[in-house]
Design a protein around this ligand. Structure first.
Ligand code: SF4
Length: 290
C-alpha cells in the first residue's frame, strides 16, 4: 500500500465531530455494534494475550452486536452463535486533544496508542502493532469496502485532507472471515447470564474495568476454530487484565477527566506530560520518512 498519513490519522481517531456529513457507516445494516466507537481495531486472540501480558489489559475493550435473531441481554437482542454472544476485542479510544487535517485542537475519540502531537502510532514498530492496522486499508480494498482515507478525502473540513490513498494495490491483505474467525478474532461468551448489565453499560459508554476484564479473559482463553473457552486460561487472563496498571489506562482516565468530545481542547502537547512522562513510547516524527 502507498498512503500519505501525515497530519491525518483518520483511521485512528473519530473525526466525525469535525464534519456535518452522515458517515456513521458502522451503525447500518442488521448487525450493529452496541458501542459507538468508530473503526474499532479488532484484535486476534494472540494479540489480546500479548497486550495483557505486556500490562496493557487496561487498553482493551469488547464489542458486541445487535442481531434480530440473537440472545436477549439487558433488553438487547445480541448476535450469538449457538446461544453464545459473540464479540470482538479492540483498542480503547478515549477523548484526546488532537488537530487532524490542520483543524483547531478538538477533543476527539482517539486510539489510546496514537500520539496526539505527531498523529503517529506509538507501537508501529513494536511487536504489539495489530495486524488490523498493518493491513489497513488493503483489507477494505480487497473486500471492495470504502476506506477511511477515501472518507476523509470526501468529507474532511475545507478539503484540507489532501490525497491520502496514493494507490489501490491491496497486496497481502487477506481478511480473516467466516468460521475460521471463531476463537481467533471473533469470540463467543459461554454464559450470557454473566453479561447482565454489561450490554447496557457498553451502549452507554460506561463499561467498568471488571466488565472489560471478563470479556478480554474469555477472548484470551478461546480455542481457535471452535471458540471453546479454557477455564484455566480464563482465570489467569482475568486476573492479569484486572491487575493492569500501565500508562495507557492512566492516560485514558486523565484525558477522560479533562475533555468532552467535540469541544475545543488544549494543545495536543499536553500529551507530553500525560503520556510521554508516564512511559508512553515516542514516535519518530515525519521528517522525510512518511
Ligand atoms: S494501534 Fe496505532 S495504527 Fe492502530 S489504530 Fe491505534 S494508533 Fe492507529
Amino acid at each position: 500500500m502507498n498512503v500519505d498519513c501525515e497530519g491525518c490519522a483518520g483511521c485512528c481517531l473519530d473525526w466525525r465531530p469535525l464534519t456535518d456529513a452522515d458517515i456513521d457507516h458502522e451503525q447500518r445494516g442488521n448487525r450493529r455494534p452496541l458501542d459507538g466507537t468508530a473503526n474499532l481495531v479488532s484484535l486476534t486472540r494472540d494479540e489480546v494475550r500479548a497486550f495483557v501480558d505486556a500490562g496493557h489489559g487496561d487498553a482493551l475493550t469488547p464489542r458486541l452486536f445487535t442481531d434480530d435473531g440473537g440472545v436477549l441481554i439487558d433488553g438487547h437482542s445480541v448476535a450469538a452463535v449457538d446461544g453464545r454472544p459473540v464479540f470482538y476485542v479492540g483498542l480503547r479510544k478515549p477523548p484526546k486533544p488532537v488537530a487532524p487535517f490542520d483543524a483547531d485542537p478538538t477533543w476527539l475519540d482517539t486510539c489510546v496508542f496514537l500520539d496526539p502531537v505527531t498523529l503517529q502510532c506509538r507501537i508501529h514498530d513494536d511487536d504489539l502493532y495489530p495486524d488490523t492496522c498493518a493491513t489497513y486499508p488493503g483489507e477494505n480494498l480487497t473486500l471492495d469496502v470504502e476506506t477511511e482515507c477515501e472518507r476523509v478525502e470526501r468529507h474532511a473540513p475545507g478539503q484540507r485532507a489532501g490525497q491520502r490513498l496514493l494507490d489501490d494495490d491491496p497486496q497481502d491483505a487477506t481478511p480473516l472471515l467466516g468460521p475460521a474467525a471463531l476463537g481467533t478474532k471473533l469470540f463467543a461468551h459461554p454464559e450470557p447470564d454473566r453479561l447482565d448489565g454489561v450490554c447496557d453499560r457498553l451502549e452507554a459508554g460506561t463499561l467498568t474495568d471488571e466488565d472489560r476484564a471478563e470479556l478480554v479473559a474469555v477472548a484470551a482463553a478461546s480455542a481457535p476454530g471452535t471458540g471453546a473457552v479454557s477455564e484455566d486460561w480464563y482465570e489467569r487472563y482475568r486476573e492479569r487484565a484486572r491487575a493492569a496498571d500501565s500508562w495507557t489506562g492512566r492516560a485514558i482516565d486523565a484525558w477522560a477527566a479533562m475533555g468532552e468530545v467535540g469541544q475545543s481542547a488544549p494543545t495536543p502537547q499536553r500529551a507530553r506530560a500525560i503520556e510521554d512522562e508516564d512511559g508512553a513510547p515516542p514516535t519518530p516524527g515525519w521528517g522525510n520518512d512518511k
